[in-house]
Structure formats: C-alpha cells, structure tokens
Design a binder for this molecule. Structure first.
Ligand code: AMP
Length: 302
C-alpha cells in the first residue's frame, strides 16, 4: 500500500491511472476507521474489479465542522488507520494536509483550536460548492455550514483522485443524496454507490464518534436503533400514521433515556428527501440525538 500526502503527487498518480485505463474506486473518510468504513473499501474493490485500484482518503475536514463542534477533539489515529487499510486491501491511502487543502490554514504553529476560528474566513480560499435544496433540512438545518464543507471537500477530493466510482455509507443518508445531486448537477464523471450501514450487535450504527460514549452512555445510545424499531413496528401495524403523532411517540421513547435529547426526527421520501405528513412502509426515517454531549445520527427505511 502506498501512502500519499502530497496533493500534487495524488493527482499525478490519478492521471497516470486514467491514461492507463485503470479503474479507480474511492472511499472518502475522516479516519478513525471501523468495520463500516472497511465495508466500503470492499464494495469499492468489487466495483473496480481485480485490475482496478482502491483509494481511501483520511482527512478531518475543518470546513464541515461548526465553530462549537468537535473538530479539535475528533478522534485521530493514523498509525492504526493505515494498518487497517493495509489489511483491507487498500492500494493508496491518501492523507492530505490542511496546509495544502486550505492554504489559509497554513499558519505555522496554530493550534487546532485557533485554526477553527479561521475556518469561517479563510484568507486564501474562497470557492465553495453549495447544494441548495436537499441540504436545507435535517443535518443542514441543525448544522448550517456543514454540507457546504462536505460538498466542497468531496469536489476537491474527486479532482485529486479522479475516481470512476466512489462509495459512501447509507449511515449518512442525506450526505449521500447531496453528493449524488452534486455529481449529477456538476457532471462529475463518477458513479456513486451507497453501501449499507454496519451496526454493532445491539443495533448501534458504527461511528468514529461512538468512542465518546463511555460508561452508561454506550447503552443509552441504543435509543436511536430502538426508535427505528418502534417506527417499523408502528408502520407494520397501521397503513399510514400521522408523522406528528409518530414523532411525539419517538421523542418520548428517546427522552425517557437519561442524558438523551432528540435533535430531530424526520420522515421523508428517500431520494428527494421530501417530508411527508403520513408515514407508511417504505418511508425513510432519519434522526439525530444527543447522548450526553455526543451527537449521533441514524436512519433507515421503514
Ligand atoms: P466518516 O469517516 O464518518 O466521514 O465516514 C466516511 C464514510 O463512511 C461515509 O461515506 C460514511 O457514510 C461511511 N460510514 C460511516 N459509518 C458507517 C457505517 N456504520 N456503515 C457504513 N458506512 C459508514
């Protein structure tokens, strides 16, 4: 496995592959890898075949974090990540640095915290990719600049890696929908695959942020999965349930758990993310819940 940090070197390699007709599969991540990430690597490998290559990027993208969010605390362990990548059959681990991705962040000895203050006003970076419809609700409503950061960094990474196929997790359903929309609207020559959410034995969706869940919080975090199960049971029993009524029931279930606070729960049509007033089988559900200080998200088809 090759580890590439320099962005020009990554782009050179990508162009070489392109000239040789080598299929490139790409899995963008923020690192602190778990089995969910590695399932995307497997999916990418299947998509490009045995003559193709798989690139996994590890980059904690500062522009997708809000000023009060966990950018500086976000878990990082590059050595462990690289070992997992090697074992999973990744061909190239791409680990770009802030200094190259966002030149204005390259200010010598700035600590991550002082870096954060500069992200809103990058002196040497002023071009963003903004999706304007699907990003208005749910995560976009709770985290106003989040998707602008995501679409911008994904567009940058696509330009550096030149993938034929990129794999995203269904865990971040809205993100995958927005990336698909960006690719279609801006004609990126890349196929987007959305791979299923991997879960722990008790249903908790795997996430790098699960490592914040210490002591009782870990057990309480199963409230998200229990809420999905409750909604599934409800749509099995009756044909169409008013969304308002189901939301109230789910809020009660979640907030019955100590230290749990519902941020949102929404029911929507899975592609356009359009909310509906009635919930039935096949409707998609997504929710965000604070478990203590940790904000977790999950979603599923009902
Ligand atoms: P992250 O490192 O959290 O930005 O995630 C990188 C990619 O992995 C995204 O496409 C996520 O949707 C995907 N991902 C995260 N958690 C899971 C999971 N539990 N199962 C499948 N994919 C996941």
């Amino acid at each position: 496995m090759r580890v590439v940090s320099n962005i020009a070197a990554m782009q050179r390699l990508a162009r070489k592959w392109q000239r040789a007709g080598t299929q490139v599969g790409f899995v963008p991540t923020m690192g602190y890898l778990h089995a969910g990430h590695l399932s995307l690597v497997k999916r990418a490998g299947r998509a490009v075949g045995k003559n193709g290559v798989v690139v996994l990027s590890i980059y904690v993208n500062p522009t997708q974090f809000g000023p009060a969010e966990d950018f500086s605390q976000y878990p990082r362990d590059l050595k462990r990540d690289l070992k997992l990548c090697r074992e999973a059959g990744v061909d190239v681990a791409f680990t770009p640095r802030d200094a190259e991705m966002y030149p204005a962040l390259d200010c010598g000895d700035m600590s991550p915290l002082s870096k954060r203050r500069h992200v809103g006003a990058l002196e040497n970076f002023s071009t963003y990719v903004v999706e304007e419809k699907l990003s208005q609700t749910m995560e976009g409503a709770s985290r106003p600049t989040h998707f602008r950061g995501v679409t911008t960094v994904v567009a940058k990474l696509f330009n550096l890696v030149l993938p034929d196929v990129a794999v995203f997790g269904a865990k971040d359903w809205q993100q995958a929908a927005i990336v698909k929309r960006m690719v279609r609207d801006l004609n990126f020559p890349v196929k987007i695959i959305v791979a299923p959410t991997l879960r722990e034995h008790d249903g908790l969706a795997m996430s790098s942020r699960n490592q914040y869940l210490v002591g009782d919080l870990r057990r309480r975090a199963t409230a998200l999965w229990r809420a999905i199960q409750m909604a599934r049971a409800a749509v099995k029993k009756s044909k169409a349930i008013p969304a308002v009524k189901l939301k109230a029931g789910l809020k009660k279930l979640i907030e019955g758990e100590p230290d749990a606070k519902l941020d949102y729960v929404e029911f929507f049509e899975p592609d356009m993310l359009l909310p509906g007033s009635k919930v039935k089988r096949g409707t998609h559900m997504a929710l965000a819940v604070f478990i203590g200080k940790t904000r977790l998200i999950d979603n599923a088809k009902l």
